[in-house]
Design a protein around this ligand. Sequence first.
Ligand SMILES: Nc1ncnc2c1ncn2[C@@H]1O[C@H](COP(=O)(O)OP(=O)(O)OP(=O)(O)O)[C@@H](O)[C@H]1O
Length: 251
Amino acid sequence: MSLLEVKDVNKSFGGLAALSNINLSVDEGTVHAIIGPNGAGKSTLLNVMIGLIEADSGTVEFDGRSLSNVSPHDIIQRGIARVFQTPQIFPELSLRENVAIAGLARRDGKFKMNALQSPRRTAEVYDAAEDLLEDMGLKDLVHEEAQHLSRGDKRRLELAICLAAEPRLLLLDEPTAGMSRHDTNQTIDLLKKLAERGTTKVVIEHDMHVVFSLAERISVLAQGQIIADGAPDEVRGDPKVEEAYLGGAHL
Ligand SMILES: Nc1ncnc2c1ncn2[C@@H]1O[C@H](COP(=O)(O)OP(=O)(O)OP(=O)(O)O)[C@@H](O)[C@H]1O
């Protein structure tokens, strides 16, 4: 079943068509990668999906309901979370406070810092935060200030923050950008583990190792258009993709 449907979406910046007639369907429970060369329109598409950029025309539907005119906050409430290229964390708070705040925001419908001081909620929320951090391999760091984390651990924290919101759809914008091969492989393992939670994922990624390790379906953007869409093996062998994406090199 399709969880997210992008239908006939167009977006121009001035005279530049960043997205042209984009149609894309993300099936529930799958990992769907969006790849393409620099400037292909990947971030614009992700921003349209999450309501940060309004399309000139076309629609995005999540679980059968249009996301038009829905605020980014309400989009999160509906069950969509985005992992940004730069981790969005509170640097001076501990890891578990960072994750607990996200859990409370999900539960209460809006950010309520003073809810952290309510004893009844605190234990419950902190327990859930610690469980998530343990899943992310950050158990020993729950009391550390987030600002002291390594880059790889920050990415893991940010994933925990996103998951605390219990999203049905997770949008990941270059989750392994800037990571060492070791951290990249750990992140791949982590994302595979997340698949067991049934969270549907859309991943923008430059690293082909990551894409082909994770994705069940790949859409290829070039110059604002989808030039290929299918299973990894279909996309890998597509001459249009090799030409557009890597100037004729083999994927
Ligand atoms: N706010 C904006 N104003 C003007 N032009 C923009 C804006 N955002 C994106 N563009 C242009 O739209 C096109 C698509 O950009 P986009 O960032 O979506 O590509 P991308 O595939 O994510 O690229 P990259 O892989 O380099 O991040 C580019 O030509 C870019 O310069």
